[in-house]
Design a protein around this ligand. Structure first.
Ligand code: FAD
Ligand code: NAI
Length: 464
């Protein structure tokens, strides 16, 4: 094969693209991955999942040192914040992990091409002056923050998540526009570090689409922690000055305008697909009205030899969903039966307590007219949660009323993001709540709350 020719070229080295590249190499394809960033890992590793989780952990420890240790009889002097070290640690975590992917690329003999890729024709990718040929091209170009009309991002006073991961000092006040996952995670970080944070949400509730009971509990808990909420409110404009940002807001339904002031404004109203300058119009790849690349359900676009995966094709904008799609896509290219079970993809909000969900919500089951049972168990009644001193929240499992098959689960509480995983596995195996209920869970463990919720689906909870 010519030097500049590959079996597979993947454009985008995020969790979708780099994982697809590794799987493609495992399957024996000569593989190249193009990314305009110097470092691999995409949004998730460079400016998303990982830096945000590093700051969530550091800010949680700061808050615990300030308020959480006294109940354990551990007295410490008021903690001092060294923000530079905290941000430096986050950058080091990201740096180490990006190097790890570069190592995996070398190990798997994947060619890493740095630069912006353009699909110049089917089977051809241009990067700068070089043109590369490929039997298969996979678009994995991800997403970018959705803009808000009248609110101009400068990444200093009005920031996206990228700017919010790197503020040089703790703002006295911060307004977060959008009460979704980014708003609550990064809003929590800066609140814990001392900012007065107000979340402005267009809809009546935060975390739209999540289970109603979980949303109620989450809103109560976040308010108790000191986050302020202005729901049912829309932002109509922003003005920046040396003294801060002034936002004009009004009721979502329309009404009298008022102003809100803050040092920093975070815009986190969702993300949109990123296909800028990729050349899709020229080669005729179809996109939907919102700009997502259209695929046939097997990652194939309407143009022969061009495929797409990850955030750029829509659905849940999650790293692990992109990874599963990347693997399934190249397995299909290799003639295997690659498949993604979209009904069992967990979603986690890494606040404290964490919020985790998989499958259907109770609201969705109701509106679909499905008969279901509900099993709920509060962490207050879980001995490990009591011993640790982290009792807020509950586990809720929804099962089919006739077959007992698990249809969904929603957890708010300590380590929810890890606890959900056994329910995801049960759902992958077509498991019933009885399967979880009859599985031995180590005592004392917060996972016993999952077992008890499963028992509660059957009307047999022991500890409540
Ligand atoms: P991306 O990760 O966006 O990668 C696309 C890559 O393509 C980028 O590196 C980009 O530079 C490159 N690219 C684009 N166009 C071109 C081109 N023409 N040529 C060359 N390269 C190009 N998800 C989770 O599951 N868990 C989390 O905890 C989580 N936290 C998040 C926190 C934040 C602050 C943000 C913003 C997102 C978070 N996400 C999280 C979402 C997650 O980051 C995305 O779902 C995931 O990165 C999507 O992967 P992807 O491979 O589709 O695209
Ligand atoms: P999001 O979709 O989670 O939340 C956006 C919020 O903004 C919604 O509540 C929406 O109602 C609100 N909104 C929309 N327009 C508005 C307006 N004009 N004014 C006020 N509110 C408005 O999007 P977010 O938080 O930006 O995150 C983007 C994506 O990144 C998410 O889809 C998520 O999948 C992913 N992500 C995942 C994380 C995780 O898995 N832990 C962490 C962070 C991001």
């Amino acid at each position: 094969m010519a030097e500049n020719a590959f079996d597979v070229i993947i454009i985008g080295g995020g969790p979708g693209g780099y994982v697809a590249a590794i799987r493609a190499a495992q399957l024996g394809f000569t593989t190249a991955c193009v990314d305009m960033r110097e470092t691999l890992g995409g949004t998730c590793l460079n400016v998303g999942c990982i830096p945000s989780k590093a700051l969530l952990q550091s800010s949680h420890l700061f808050e615990e040192a300030g308020h959480g240790l006294a109940q354990h009889g551990v007295g410490v002097a008021a903690p001092k914040l060294d923000l530079k070290t905290m941000l430096g640690r986050k950058d080091a975590v990201v740096g180490d992990l990006t190097k790890g992917i570069a190592f995996l690329f070398k190990k798997n003999k994947i060619t890493h091409i740095v630069g912006a890729g353009v699909i110049s024709a089917p089977g051809k990718v241009k990067v700068g002056k070089d043109t590369f040929a490929a039997k298969h091209i996979i678009i994995a170009t991800g997403s970018e923050p959705a803009p808000l009309a009248g609110v101009t991002i400068d990444e200093k006073q009005i920031v996206t998540s990228t700017g919010a991961l790197n503020l040089p000092k703790v703002p006295k006040s911060m307004i977060v526009i959008g009460g979704g996952v980014i708003g609550l995670e990064l809003g929590s970080v800066w609140r814990r570090l001392g900012a007065d944070v107000t979340v402005v949400e267009f809809l009546a509730e935060i975390l739209p689409g999540m289970d109603g009971e979980v949303v109620k509990q989450a809103a109560r808990t976040f308010k108790k922690q000191g986050l302020n909420f202005k729901t049912g409110t829309k932002v109509t404009g922003a003005k920046t000055a040396k003294t801060g940002v002034t936002l004009t807001v009004e009721a979502a339904a329309g009404g009298k305008a008022e102003t809100l002031k803050a040092d920093v404004v975070l815009v986190s109203i969702g993300r949109r697909p990123f296909t800028d300058k990729l050349g899709l119009d020229k080669v005729g790849v179809e996109m939907d009205p919102r700009g997502f690349v259209k695929t046939d359900g097997h990652f194939k676009t309407n143009v022969e030899g061009i495929y797409a995966i990850g955030d750029v094709i829509g659905g849940q904008m999650l790293a692990h969903k992109a990874e599963e799609e990347g693997i399934a896509c190249v397995e299909i290219l290799a003639g295997q039966a690659g498949h993604v079970n979209y009904g069992a993809i967990p979603g986690v909000v890494y606040t404290h307590p964490e919020i985790a969900a998989v499958g259907k919500t109770e609201e969705a089951l109701k509106s679909a007219g499905v008969a279901y049972t509900v099993g709920k168990f509060p962490f207050m009644a879980n001995s490990r949660a009591r011993a640790v001193g982290d009792t807020e929240g509950f586990v809720k499992i929804l099962a089919d009323a006739k077959t007992d098959r698990v249809l969904g689960a929603h957890i708010i509480g300590p380590g929810a993001g890890e606890l959900i995983q056994e329910i995801v596995l049960a759902m992958e195996f077509g498991g019933a709540s009885e399967d979880i209920a009859r599985t031995s869970h180590a005592h004392p463990g917060t996972s016993e709350a999952v077992k008890e919720a499963a028992l509660a689906c059957l009307g047999r909870a022991i500890h409540i």
